[in-house]
Design a protein around this ligand. Structure first.
Ligand code: NAD
Length: 436
């Protein structure tokens, strides 16, 4: 049986049940409790491009929805903005009346933003920066909303996992931009799988196949802004993780969620035919092998940015059986008690604020790290032409190829802070079989 909807799997179900189910009686917001009078929330936004500007407005709307429908009395104050290109703070800054001396530019701007001690940091800078921004926010005691993907290499994925555990110890809330986890249809299917409506997940296919969105003029980067400034980052593996990581992560997240774990190993291929700028591939195809209760579940992952081709963005799974006509869930679908409005991008902020106000703990760092790690596993399998094991990238270095574990793409996020930047070259791509 096939189902286009979205469903989680047993092991990740257990994880999200733990993450989302713990009741935190009191967590600190402005030195009082979330359930008490202190409902003024100071927000800082890092990365004021398309998604960052959208996310901060959705955060404001989320408070309004909860105030209007549930009288929660939340007051959001956007206290600071940071963007590599300070001018990009203007659009949000003027609209939300953030004083101009709190628009921080450059790669170190987020330090100044965190010095102002916001309660929540929203971060939508390019993916390469996510691990350092997230870790710094958690160390500073901030709750976080972070966009996907959350890293571009194995080291970055592990940083997110570790900082996510620290967040849990500190009781800090974390929501990620893998918005399918906040859509009722996906949650309903996830819960149906968990409660056995379809039997076991047997196999799947997930895809982000779309038309071309890349620039076609070579860039020859020589200044940090050639890599960082709005849009340019989308051309470089070192900045975005490639489009398998940047876009297809959403579909891979659903596979992990519904199967209940991350893949054990992956093999794959891809290539670049059309692009002239940057160093990304045009397409990837990967075979992911999950190990579930001693059996293998295979998922075909596909993504492509080429025009005039078959396009499909979605997830399909084959199950052991059809859902019985009289099947009923034993409990309400996750988040269904919360006012629903405006799709996943809006709902993730409503759910974050609702859970914070109710003191119900929520931390999506591990799931979004695993989704990003799945993309990196499949990508690196394509880049190297080898079948790669999850553990060799994310658990411990293998004797045969420790580079898979230790690999950190350059320039790193910190290189932008020191100015010591190794510039990638247009068209310098990975050649399977030639270059690890
Ligand atoms: N969840 C979703 O569906 C969704 C949709 C779109 C984008 N995204 C994600 O959001 C992120 C941002 O994407 P976008 O479309 O807004 O890109 P964008 O290019 O419009 O914005 C990125 C912004 O980050 C700034 N920036 C670059 N380096 C920075 C640094 N070191 N510190 C602070 N700011 C820095 C850029 O100047 C730019 O203003 C990406 O990770 C992308 O994958 C998610």
């Amino acid at each position: 049986m096939e189902n286009r909807e979205q469903r989680p799997s047993r092991r990740s179900f257990m994880k999200s049940a733990v993450a989302a189910g713990t009741a935190y009686g009191a967590f600190s917001i402005l030195g009082t409790t979330a359930k008490g009078a202190g409902k003024k929330i100071k927000v800082g936004l890092v990365g004021c491009g398309g998604r960052g500007s959208g996310a901060v407005m959705q955060h404001m709307t989320a408070a309004k929805v909860l105030n209007d429908k549930l009288n929660m009395g939340i007051e959001i104050e956007v206290v600071a903005l940071a963007d590599f290109d300070q001018g990009r703070c203007g659009r949000v800054g003027k609209r939300l009346k953030v004083p101009q001396d709190r628009w921080f530019g450059g790669a170190k701007g987020y330090h100044k933003l965190l010095d102002l001690k916001p309660d929540i940091m929203l971060t939508a800078a390019p993916p390469v920066f996510r691990p350092v921004h997230f870790k710094a926010a958690i160390e500073a005691g901030c709750h976080v909303f972070m966009e996907k993907p959350v890293a571009v290499d194995a080291a970055g994925v592990r940083t997110i996992m570790e900082a996510g555990k620290l967040a849990e110890k500190k009781g800090l809330f974390v929501v990620a931009g893998t918005q399918r986890r906040h859509q009722q249809g996906y949650n309903q299917t996830a819960q149906e799988i968990q409660e056995g409506a379809y039997g076991r997940v047997m196999a799947g296919r997930v895809a982000w196949n779309m038309g071309r969105i890349f620039h076609n003029n070579p860039m020859n980067p020589s200044k940090p802004e050639d890599l960082c400034r709005g849009g340019n980052w989308q051309l470089w593996v070192e900045m975005s993780g490639d489009h398998i990581c940047e876009q297809h992560v959403h579909n891979l997240d659903v596979a992990n969620w519904y199967i209940g774990t991350h893949p054990d190993n992956a093999g794959g291929f891809g290539h670049r035919v059309l692009r002239k700028a940057g160093n990304m591939y045009d397409f990837f195809s990967a075979d992911l092998e999950y190990k579930v209760d001693g059996r293998s579940v295979y998922v075909h992952s596909m993504c492509r940015q080429v025009g005039n081709c078959w396009n499909w963005v979605g997830e399909q799974f084959t199950y052991e059986k059809s859902k019985p006509k009289d099947f009923k869930l034993s409990k309400p679908v996750c988040y269904s008690e919360i006012p629903q409005m405006g799709g996943g991008h809006q709902q993730e902020h409503i759910n974050l604020l609702y859970y914070m106000m109710k003191g119900k703990y929520l931390n999506e760092a591990q799931s979004v790290a695993e989704a990003t790690g799945t993309a990196i596993l499949a990508r690196d399998a394509a880049f190297t032409g080898q079948r790669l094991r999850w553990d060799d990238l994310f658990v411990k270095p293998s004797k045969k190829n420790p580079e898979l574990f230790n690999k950190q793409l350059k320039p790193t996020a910190l290189d932008f802070e020191t100015g010591n930047i190794a510039y990638p070259k247009d068209g310098d791509i990975y050649h399977p079989g030639k270059k690890a």
